[in-house]
Design a protein around this ligand. Sequence first.
Ligand code: GLN
Length: 237
Amino acid sequence: MAIVGVLALQGSFTEHIAALRRLGVKGVEIRKPEQLHNVTSLIIPGGESTTMAKLAEYHNLFPALRDFVKTGRPVWGTCAGLIFLAEKAIGQKTGGQQLVGGLDCTVHRNFFGSQIQSFEAEVLAPELASKEGGPETFRGVFIRAPAILEVGPEVQVLADYPVPTNSLLSLDSSIEGQKVNVEEQSKVIVAVRQGNILGTAFHPELTADNRWHSYFLKMASEIGGEEASSSIVPVEV
Ligand code: GLN
């Protein structure tokens, strides 16, 4: 049986576990490196990535998380989780923030603005419709959301979104010396897949639409996360 780990340091981990439960899948909270041996795949939830990074450092989780990603086990990062998985993060207060990496992209933290500029919108994701059935769009919940500004050649773009005119991009495009041609960028990327890694800038776990969780579970079973669980060592979680 698939057992999905959900990093439970901070943020919307209980909501992810509830979404998995609705699909009949067990999600377990991960707070210690050794607990990662017990799971076939991993979700890194949304929350606040600098706080989450500090907690992950405190619990010595970064080496185990990096190893989990590198060894090809399925991982999904939502919002702050996406920032964790990015190879590079820019934007406000990213200096010194540790990342897990693995996803060949540059994310911009808080791209759409502060908490009060959080929003919901219909977003197009053709792949979601073809794999999961139903409509081509989903309700994207963007809470102080990041956006992906650049992706490497191995990265498949699953959804993008028009750059709002009030986005922070125009304000801090030169931050940390990152050259991003903001004027010419009318859309930003909000969902990607690179092999075993799924990244979404929004929060599917806060909606009743289970299609992104189904997509991840299907992706995980195709990759063979089941096999990765054969070496399970029972650890209390
Ligand atoms: N802006 C947050 C950060 O940088 C992420 C927001 C979220 O996960 N909803 O960590």
